[in-house]
Design a protein around this ligand. Structure first.
Ligand SMILES: Cc1cc2nc3c(=O)[nH]c(=O)nc-3n(C[C@H](O)[C@H](O)[C@H](O)COP(=O)(O)O)c2cc1C
Ligand SMILES: CC(C)CC(=O)C(=O)O
Length: 365
């Protein structure tokens, strides 16, 4: 659905969120905006960011400052990418292509979800900054590689393999609102790829441990994909430093610290609290990105100060898209960029490399 574009755009991301929450139908709001279980992790993502204190500095020379950066070959005006999110046309018909156009207009990146409801070629034609393609392990090497090859043919420059959701999280709010995909909406980029078929369960067997677990990837599959895929592969959904080390060993080109926006394992650590140990474990071998709970430019600053090379933005883009289509998504990104610049100026940071741990007050972690 699409809400009527307001005459005056909302002034802040918080206003976009409130408008989206108030106006989306309860089932669509539950899918896009809520989290798993009791939503402890969803809340912790934002609360733990808010606990970090940017430290104002006086009379620093800010002339010639910039937020420009390069992340794994992407040249961006700021270290922001739109996170991969499924089925965006449920929020506005502009869908993934509208968000790609918004990201491109604002000079930030975008990762296209494997569950995009629009064809990848169309999305990239509308917004070339949509440069990375996310995928899940598709139950086997053949289907996963076929999707990787489709992405390469469509001109993407990297793949993002999501490893934190081998099974669906249990999303209470979504279940009680009765969310279901409407007929006609589907993950079109997966058309024709073999999906796992499961034999019927016999008594005492578990669907998860006796069927699904047999088609989940192991580290040897990840290493195989990193070796053979036509594009570099980042791993998304890393929280544990040991997994970060394994990712690097497996040949990952980057690591994304994420708990899937609190949508999978409720109670898992917030992304920002997990970030420092992952950054230390990776030791500069590959870029480290982070997502989860970024709601203001100051949150981008907080993540960079704890060692992220860039951040991904999830739900705020949904809020913008729901309230005012592609224009709303673009405006949300613009607000974040403006807030990041202002935060840098007030903390005396001229460039991104000036943003270090010393720019924060004493850590609560
Ligand atoms: C509605 C929705 C759909 C999502 N779909 C995907 C997906 O298809 N693939 C994926 O890797 N992550 C998916 N995510 C997780 C996001 O990529 C990202 O990790 C998370 O939203 C970041 O947290 P934030 O929403 O607090 O910014 C989805 C998140 C939302 C809110
Ligand atoms: C279709 C889902 C697997 C997409 C997703 O990752 C999510 O909803 O969080």
């Amino acid at each position: 659905m699409s809400l009527d574009t307001p005459e005056r755009l909302p002034a802040s991301l918080a206003d976009y969120q409130a408008l989206a929450q108030a106006n989306l139908s309860p089932d669509v709001a539950a899918y896009f905006l809520r989290g798993a279980g009791a939503e402890q992790t969803l809340r912790a993502n934002a609360e733990d960011l808010a606990a970090l204190r940017p430290w104002p500095r006086a009379c620093k020379d800010l002339r010639g400052g910039s937020t420009a950066c390069a992340v794994l070959g992407l040249s961006l005006d700021a270290p922001l990418l739109v996170a991969p999110m499924a089925y965006l046309p449920l929020l506005d018909p502009a869908g993934e292509a509208g968000v790609a156009a918004a990201a491109t207009a604002q000079g930030v990146g975008m990762v296209l979800s494997a569950q995009s409801a629009q064809p990848m070629d169309h999305v990239r034609a509308e917004g070339s900054n949509c440069g990375w393609m996310q995928l899940y392990w598709l139950g086997g090497r053949d289907a996963t590689m076929q999707l990787a090859q489709r992405a390469a043919r469509a001109g993407f420059s990297a793949l993002v393999l999501t490893v934190d959701a081998p099974v669906h999280g249990i999303r209470d709010a979504e279940l009680s609102a009765g969310f279901a995909l409407p007929p006609g909406l589907r993950a079109v980029n997966l058309d024709g790829l073999a999906q796992p078929q499961f034999a019927p369960l016999t008594s005492g067997e578990s669907l998860l441990f006796d069927r699904v677990a047999h088609v989940l990837p192991g580290w040897e599959d990840v290493a195989w994909l990193c070796r053979n895929a036509p594009l570099p592969v980042l791993l998304k959904g890393i929280l544990h430093p040991d997994d970060a080390r394994q990712a690097v060993q497996a040949g990952a080109a980057g690591v994304i610290v994420s708990n899937h926006g609190g949508r999978v394992l409720d109670g898992a650590p917030s992304s920002i609290s997990a970030l420092p140990a992952v950054v230390a474990a990776v030791g500069g071998a590959v870029p480290v990105l982070m997502d989860g709970g970024i709601r203001r430019g100051v949150d981008v600053f907080r993540a960079l100060a704890l060692g992220a090379d860039a951040v991904l933005i999830g739900r705020p883009v949904c809020h913008g898209l729901a309230v005012a289509g592609a224009l709303g998504a673009s405006h949300v990104l613009r607000l974040l960029l403006d807030e990041l610049e202002v935060t840098m100026a007030l903390t005396g940071c001229r460039t991104l490399s000036d943003i270090t741990r010393d720019c924060l007050g004493p850590s609560p972690f």
